[in-house]
Design a protein around this ligand. Structure first.
Ligand code: NAD
Length: 275
């Protein structure tokens, strides 16, 4: 199965569908990521704060998959924002992942109260120059944070990874990102199972019409909306289900009906409140 790739603003490409490992227990991570690689995922999204980079690294090493066929993202945690602390943090992440470089390194949250995100962004530019990551981006940045790093550096972030699902489609941020060439990655793409997305009528009806599951419909909505997406599941059956989304399409009417589910409802924290 061929996963489509999106070309980022630095010319590098990213598989549009991947596998996320938030809340995957460290001792289970090697097995779960190995399952995901066997199912066919080649894009793994982790973070220093998830505490499972060692397991991700072990699964990659054990897989025997050539490095250039894999796309690995990790993230700078909030308490490591700054210059030297960011340099140290990426080195530690690379050591745990058993990699010489990641494909994408992100600032995890802006933490505006500490006001270190611009300095950290300049550090990420150097980390990229030093060959420790191919691309650099941000996560949970709002328009004002993006404007500041764009104005204060010579790099437009390749991606902004934000909470995004049908009940919280983040239209203003997506419009800004489109205008500035930033690709959008969705976290919590299935709403983290925190509310009943799957029984909402436009999703349930599209699933019934197409003979697909509601999760597959939601993933397809992300893909057809141009969003990079990496749903998480510990279950191999669900990993396979979430990967099996390339033999059908939602109609324009089905997409519009799901678009109309916008409730401006977060399931996660507001970026201004995370420190
Ligand atoms: P998600 O929306 O992917 O939801 C995961 C939950 O959905 C699973 O625990 C499971 O209960 C359920 N699920 C998965 N597949 C299903 C299926 N086929 N049918 C029914 N239920 C299913 O939420 P997430 O894990 O928070 O987000 C995905 C990834 O995004 C994370 O693993 C992580 O890599 C990333 N993330 C980033 C941030 C950030 O701040 N940058 C925050 C949260 C998550």
């Amino acid at each position: 199965m061929t996963v489509p790739h999106i070309t980022l603003n630095d010319g590098f490409t990213i598989p549009q569908l991947g596998f996320g490992v938030f809340r995957v227990e460290p001792e289970e991570t090697e097995r779960i990521v190995s399952d995901a690689l066997e199912v066919g995922y080649r894009h793994i999204d982790t973070a220093a704060i998830y505490g499972n980079e060692i397991g991700v690294g072990r699964a990659i090493a054990a897989s025997g998959i050539p490095r250039d066929e894999l796309y690995i993202t990790t993230k700078l945690w909030n308490s490591d924002q700054g210059t030297q602390s960011a340099f140290d943090a990426v080195d530690l992440s690379l050591e745990k992942l058993q990699l010489e470089r990641v494909d994408l390194y992100l600032i995890h949250w802006p933490v505006p109260k500490r006001d270190l995100y611009l300095e950290s962004w300049l550090a990420l530019e150097q980390i990229r120059e030093n060959g420790k990551t191919t691309s650099i981006g941000v996560s949970n940045f709002q328009i004002e944070h993006l404007e500041r790093v764009i104005a204060g550096s010579s790099t437009v972030p390749a991606v902004d990874q934000i909470e995004l699902h049908p009940a919280f489609p983040q239209l203003p941020l997506r419009t800004f990102a489109r205008g500035t060439g930033i690709a959008i990655e969705a976290w919590g793409p299935l709403g983290q199972g925190k509310y009943d997305l799957f029984s909402m009528a436009p999703i349930a009806e599209a699933a019934a019409e197409l003979g697909k599951t509601p999760a597959q419909v939601v993933i397809r909505w992300h893909l057809q909306s141009g969003i990079i997406v990496f749903p998480k599941s510990n279950s191999r059956a669900r990993m396979a289900e979430n990967f099996d989304v390339f033999d059908f399409e939602l109609s324009a009417a089905q997409i519009s009906a799901i678009d109309a589910l916008d409730e401006n409802m977060r399931v996660g924290s507001h970026p201004d409140e995370v420190s």
